[in-house]
Write a protein that binds this ligand. Structure first.
Ligand code: RP5
Length: 171
């Protein structure tokens, strides 16, 4: 699933099609919580005008936060933050050459005044960006906040119901 039918509340943007396996985790998370979202490939370097148009129009279209993922010279999240006051949740994509450390460092050290919330490199970061978007939207949507609390409770119960690690049969 790359889109939902309802009017999107979250925009998921990524620098390249190659980022989708990672950003898809954010989409899966939003889908699991029935949060309407849209997905777009928007590159800070290859399509700068599209990035300008997308971020400038997002709030007027009802988007409440943007999840932006990119790898390598990952300028997409910071540039999106520069052009909107919507919350921008950044996902550093694990790059082929430097394992995403380049992505992380390109994103995280924003100058004072232009905040960008930066998550972990790769799949965990994308999942958590999705959950953080749910948390933001949950401030105005009590049912959604309740479902997020239930999700956390399920995580807790899963560990508490089987607290011992499963031993590797070969060891
Ligand atoms: C970035 O360059 C993208 O976000 C992607 O992670 C990276 C590589 O892009 P491709 O060469 O795979 O299109 O802009």
């Amino acid at each position: 699933m790359t889109e939902t039918n309802a009017a999107p509340l979250v925009g998921i943007i990524m620098g390249s099609q190659s980022d989708w396996p990672t950003l898809g985790k954010a989409a899966e998370t939003l889908r699991d919580f029935d949060v309407p979202f849209e997905t777009r490939i928007v590159s800070a370097h290859r399509t700068p005008q599209l990035l300008y148009d997308y971020t400038n129009g997002a709030a007027n279209r009802g988007i409440q936060c943007i999840i932006a993922g990119a790898g390598g010279a990952a300028h997409l999240p910071g540039m999106a933050s520069a052009m909107t006051t919507l919350p921008v949740l950044a996902v550093p994509v694990k790059s082929r050459v430097l394992n995403g450390v380049d992505s992380l460092l390109s994103i995280v050290q924003m100058p004072a005044g232009i905040p960008t919330a930066t998550f972990a490199i790769g799949d965990a970061g994308a999942t958590n960006a999705g959950l953080f978007a749910v948390s933001i939207l949950g401030l105005q949507d009590h049912d959604l906040a309740k479902r997020l609390a239930n999700y956390r409770e399920a995580l807790r119960q899963k560990i508490e119901s089987s607290p011992s690690p499963v031993l590797d049969p070969d060891s």
